[in-house]
Design a protein around this ligand. Structure first.
Ligand code: PLP
Length: 391
């Protein structure tokens, strides 16, 4: 390995780089989680979360990963034998489906090509056919981190309403919250699941669920066992600031700082920045003569761009060259897409120049790895960024 100077470029689609301000905020002594200072911290971070999720309702923060928050969502709302409607948008939808199946949930998993999001018309058709209302939930991944494709949650909500169906809407925003416009209350979502290590710019280690009254009511009569993940005890901190078990105190210091940073920038500006960086990345991909995996421009991810390798060239060998020569980590293709794509993360603490550094590394890496492409991607990205500047 060549010797390293400067910083590592972490351009996977999460965990994302943690801002210095957040690192400094966490670099403090642990406090008594039953003491008065903690109560203030607990209430502050939960209030901050409600702002980011755009909900007036409660949010639960677990020490855990996004997968834990997936499980919390299932065990607090569904019963074994329940039917749910899910869509094969990619690797993460597939994993969530497997988890539901392990809990004895009967999943109708609508096949997909991993290049499109959930089709709202299909949601409406499936639910309209279900006259007996056997589907208890529609479960959707908002931003498929494995493919760089988003699903349009407001249109899916409309489809559920148009079918007059009472199913819960459960949405995974693990890689979108804090990077992509998202509105838990306004969009009528029942449970929004998230994690700390992507748009929220924290290290891994926190899982979140935002919960509607309807979702909470479903938990009063469902039959799945739970203890650690049970919402009822974990909802108390929303009023008191104190958690029923030891919280991840230092990550909460970081969360308080990350929320402050996002609100200082302004959430709409944060989302617009992600859109600009994503557009510049796609401009680069196009100029290289490569193909973006996502096929519907309305569903392009602001968080990451998945790029297809030319026939006969392995993505993993290319990524290894980029890591070796330029000290940059790019995202791998997962399961079906293994070795076929690489993913460029442009989320969290990124700006025009960090993106330009990353795209330069990709362009130099394509040349170094002997991947057929045209030059000029970096120039195209700069032109896209310039066009997006005010004035
Ligand atoms: N869902 C999505 C969309 C993800 O991107 C991830 C992780 O990358 C997960 C779920 C799983 O979350 P975690 O790895 O934090 O358990």
């Amino acid at each position: 390995m060549t010797s390293r100077t400067g910083r590592h470029f972490l351009h996977i689609p999460g965990p994302s780089p943690v801002p210095e301000r957040v690192l400094r905020a966490m670099d403090r002594q642990v406090i008594d989680h039953r003491g008065p200072e903690f109560g203030v911290l607990g209430r502050e971070v939960l209030e901050g979360c409600r702002t980011i999720f755009r909900t007036e309702g409660p949010v639960v923060i677990y020490p855990g990963s996004g997968t834990g928050a997936w499980e919390a969502t299932i065990v607090n709302t569904l019963s074994s034998g329940d039917r749910v409607l899910m869509f094969e948008t990619g690797h993460f939808a597939t994993l969530w489906r497997q988890m539901a199946a392990r809990w004895g949930i009967e999943v109708e998993f609508v096949p997909g090509d991993w290049r499109h999001g959930v089709d709202p018309a299909l949601v409406e058709a499936k639910l309209a056919e279900d006259r007996g209302h056997s589907f208890k939930a529609v479960m959707v991944v908002h931003n498929e981190t494995s493919t760089g494709v988003t699903s349009r949650i407001p249109a899916i909500r409309k489809a559920i309403d148009a079918a007059g169906h009472p199913a819960l809407l459960l949405v995974d925003t693990i890689s979108s919250l804090g990077s992509v416009d998202y509105r838990h209350d306004e969009w009528g979502v029942d449970v929004t699941v998230s994690g700390s290590q992507k748009g929220l710019m924290l290290p891994p280690g926190l899982g979140f669920t935002a919960i509607s009254d309807k979702a909470r009511a479903a938990g009063k009569s469902n039959n799945l066992p739970r203890s650690y993940w049970d919402w009822e005890e974990m909802l108390k901190p929303n009023a008191t600031g104190y958690f029923p078990y030891t919280p991840a105190t230092n990550l909460l210091y970081g969360l308080r700082e990350a929320v402050a940073m996002m609100l200082e920038e302004g959430l709409d500006n944060v989302f617009a920045r992600h859109q600009r960086l994503a557009a510049a990345t796609r401009a680069a991909v196009e100029a290289w003569g490569l193909e973006v995996l996502c096929q519907n421009p309305d569903e392009y991810s602001p968080v990451l761009t998945a790029v297809m390798m030319p026939e006969g060239k392995g993505a993993d060998a290319f990524r290894a060259v980029v890591l070796e020569k330029f000290d940059m980590s790019l995202g791998a293709g997962l399961s079906k897409l293994s070795d076929k794509i690489f993913r460029i993360g442009h989320l969290g603490e990124t700006n025009d120049l960090t993106l330009m550094g990353a795209l330069s590394g990709v362009e130099m890496g394509l040349a170094a790895a002997g991947v057929p492409h045209q030059r000029g991607g970096v120039l195209a990205a700069m032109a896209s960024l310039r066009a997006g500047l005010d004035g």
